[in-house]
Design a protein. Structure first.
Length: 280
């Protein structure tokens, strides 16, 4: 099937491809939300046809998702017995969900039709006010779908990429709220506040309920976040587009293996090449 972005994206409400007053107003609101919370949501960014097309595409490749159960800390790093036992780097939580890797989504499919729409990247960059702005170069992770079933969830973590853009495609019957602590490691690791979040003692945590078709922009490298456990027989689908501040960035081999069940030569060739000094 040939898809056209104009049928998938709600361009009447979000004219992201045009230089106009409506687009300027959207940018102003998104920038305000990002400055305040590190998170912004464009409700109803997809049309109903868009929601249906992305859901059908995800259903068609769901069996390719890498399902895993493991115990991870918020940084996806190995345990360091030299650290105190109550250090957040030594607190591990059950993780159980699945990611459908990027190489399962074709260039003529609905998901990449949205991502490759003329003006999409420029709009996102304008929202984020970033001079250094590149698509994630990871062939397994530039455009993916997170898939979660009953009992699944994603514990507290920081993202590898600086900015994450997501499209809610399908919600579970219950659960799946997005919880986050905005910007708690802007400037430094802030282990004390990370520990308060993990212990349930932080007053910085916010809760967000996303609906199918909503576009979310999120500074996930700086904001601790999680997805609450799900209930029911309907899987939760969320498409994830990733952007970074440096060209040619890919995930580190250890984390890539955890999330996708495999690595490619490029992950080993570019391991350790990051522009910042944050963990992971």
């Amino acid at each position: 099937m040939n898809y056209h972005a104009a049928n998938l994206i709600n361009l009447a409400q979000y004219p992201i491809q045009r230089d106009c007053a409506e687009r300027d107003a959207i940018l102003e609101q998104v920038r305000c939300d990002l400055a305040r919370d590190g998170c912004a949501v464009l409700k109803g960014f997809l049309t109903q046809d868009g929601i249906d097309a992305l859901r059908q595409e995800a259903d068609g490749v769901a069996e390719k998702g890498h399902k895993s159960r493991s115990r991870t800390n918020v940084y996806f790093t190995k345990d360091d017995p030299n650290l105190p036992e109550d250090d957040p780097r030594r607190q591990y939580f059950d993780r159980s969900n699945a990611f459908i890797p990027a190489d399962n989504f074709t260039t003529d499919g609905a998901l990449r039709t949205v991502h490759d729409f003329d003006g999409f990247d420029t709009f996102i960059q304008s929202c984020l006010l970033e001079d250094k702005f590149y698509r994630y170069a990871d062939p397994l992770a530039d455009v993916i779908v997170n898939m979660a079933d009953e009992g699944n969830g994603f514990p507290w973590h920081f993202d590898t990429n600086n900015f994450t853009v997501t499209l809610a495609i399908q919600n579970a019957e219950e659960g799946g709220a997005f919880e986050y602590a905005p910007g708690i490691r802007e400037g430094d690791e802030n282990f004390d506040e990370v520990k308060r979040v993990l212990d349930g003692r932080s007053d910085k945590v916010k809760v967000l309920e996303l609906e199918p078709g909503d576009l979310q922009l999120f500074r996930g490298r700086y904001s601790l976040h999680r997805v609450a456990p799900l209930k029911g027989n309907t899987p939760r689908y969320v498409a994830i587009f990733s952007y970074v501040e440096e060209p040619d960035m890919v995930g580190n081999p250890e984390r890539t293996e955890q999330l996708y069940g495999r690595t490619l030569p490029i992950h080993w060739e570019r391991a350790g090449k990051r522009a910042d000094a944050y963990i992971d």
